[in-house]
Design a protein around this ligand. Structure first.
Ligand SMILES: *Cc1c(COP(=O)(O)O)cnc(C)c1O
Length: 476
């Protein structure tokens, strides 16, 4: 095209845009740099489109008319945090993609106190000399788990790596083939073992491993026996695995450390909530396991962390391993974990105050009450003649690779938009000011009441209203 050159004259100058009242107003609340960058980006895009002959003259004129609006949207986008809160309507309590465990206000109060003040992080107040950051958690974790000693690193993957590197570098670790698992995000037991420098000695078969398989594999180069919790999957049918308890006599006979990667750190009996009994950390310690590792932010409901508990002789060695420095936790983690662990001193308080446990313990009749509350709020905005909104029975999940087969009865709000595009609606919710993550199943939208707090209902209603407006339907 010849004449596209003269289209460039429609591109406004930066100064011109800065004179716009709405843009001027933005400058009061948004950093100038964000405003200027947004203007430049939008104008550059405009210039590119003209240069590449993508726009007719009418389109150029229309674009010019909308340019301020597009710039304002761009400013809004840039001015929000990249990491933002969302509302979890999925019913997956420990949802790895949207932040795993929630921390309570009380726990955060302690983090705030520690992070905004100086603290005795590595200072021994009784001697006035250098102290250890690992000392703060030892007492409380030992108290709760019954373990002789404890230390904490960044996450459980790091914990497993540190344990293997410390006790088994260059030597063999015996593990059942039925436990050579992959947890999401590329945590694979064989790979972690290789990275740690330990040599994997896999025994038995996928579905069956016997005690003699372990015993036959023991030689002078054996460093440890390892049990791994098959967190996110189950082998059913013709199966048998050797329990840690059954391995104990072998450990004694050959004088080998017995290590267990528990995955989720369960500290209370979950069967109280009607969930399957999941062996607790205390159980493992009672059974005489030398080293147990687990996550801080799965069923424990605390901050991201990898907790190592067990015999002092091994933990002392781990503290001297150079990897410990690389995996070390900061004061945010330590203060959040200490406050979370203290809640466990009284089980009823833990269930009440730790969001993960609270959500898992919610009963169906309570959830139904809540569903009715949300439903009546939604009925104010949704036109029931063109859309169908109702409360339905469904199942929540524990998530986080814990209790994969467990289906916890729950109540959901379910919406049917008839012939409207449900995928679009689901996207609108995700793009709302506070994104709402929902589930779509068989052309209906589901919001699980188990993972939505009462103080979030108002936002959910606003989000749905926003979605309806974008969809142009079902609005009262
Ligand atoms: C989740 C899990 C891990 C990894 O824990 P992170 O805290 O996520 O690093 C390791 N082992 C098992 C068995 C797990 O379930």
């Amino acid at each position: 095209m010849e004449n596209n050159k003269n289209l460039f004259r429609h591109i406004p100058k930066v100064d011109e845009i800065l004179e716009d009242t709405e843009v001027k107003e933005k400058l009061n609340s948004v950093p100038r740099k964000i405003v200027l960058n947004s203007i430049r980006e939008e104008l550059d895009l405009f210039r590119e489109e003209i240069k590449n002959n993508l726009l007719s003259e009418e389109e150029v004129i229309e674009k010019r008319e909308n340019i301020v609006r597009n710039i304002l949207i761009r400013i809004e986008d840039k001015n929000t945090y990249a990491l933002r809160r969302v509302i979890n309507g999925t019913g997956v309590v420990i949802h790895t993609n949207i932040g795993r465990s929630l921390i309570s206000r009380e726990v955060m109060d302690n983090v705030y106190e520690i992070a905004t003040n100086y603290s005795n992080l590595e200072y021994d107040l009784s001697t006035g000399e250098r102290g250890s950051r690992y000392s703060h958690l030892k007492e409380i974790i030992s108290e709760i788990t019954g373990a002789e000693d404890a230390m904490v690193v960044n996450n459980n993957a790091a914990a497993v790596m540190l344990v293997l590197s410390t006790i088994a570098k260059g030597r063999e670790v015996i593990v059942s083939r039925g436990e050579l698992i992959e947890i999401g995000g590329s945590f694979r037991i064989p790979d972690v073992m290789e990275e740690s420098g330990a040599i994997l000695k896999a025994v038995g078969t996928t579905n069956k491993t016997h005690l003699y398989d372990y015993e036959n594999a023991i030689n002078e180069n054996t460093a440890a026996l390892l049990k791994v919790h098959t967190s996110n999957y189950r082998i059913l049918g013709f199966t048998s695995q050797v329990t840690a308890e059954e391995l104990y006599p072998l450990k004694v006979k050959y004088n080998l450390p017995l290590v267990e990667d528990l995955g989720s750190g369960v500290l209370i009996d979950l069967s109280k909530f009607g969930l399957e009994y999941e062996p607790t950390v205390q159980d493992s310690i009672k059974k005489g396991i030398d080293i147990v590792t687990f996550s801080g932010d799965k069923l424990l409901g605390g901050p991201q962390a990898g907790i190592i508990v067990g015999k002092k002789e091994y933990i002392d060695k781990m503290k001297k391993n150079p990897l410990t420095r690389a995996f070390r936790v900061d004061k945010f983690t330590i203060s959040a974990l200490e406050a979370t662990m203290r809640l466990y001193l009284d089980e009823d308080i833990a269930i009440e105050k730790i969001p993960t446990l609270k959500m898992l313990s919610l009963k169906v009749d309570e959830l139904e009450k809540r569903a009715n509350m949300l439903l009546s709020m939604l009925n104010e905005i949704i036109d029931g003649d063109s859309c169908n909104v109702e409360i339905v029975d469904s199942y929540s999940e524990v998530g986080g690779g814990s209790l994969p087969l467990e289906r916890i009865p729950t109540k959901c709000i379910s919406i049917d938009f008839g012939d409207k595009n449900i995928a679009e609606f689901e996207r609108s919710l995700r793009e709302f000011r506070i994104p709402i993550i929902s589930r779509v199943y068989k052309n209906r939208l589901y919001l699980d009441l188990r993972t939505i707090r009462e103080d979030e209902y108002k936002i959910v209603v606003e989000g749905i209203e926003y979605g309806l407006e974008r969809m142009k339907g079902c609005i009262k």
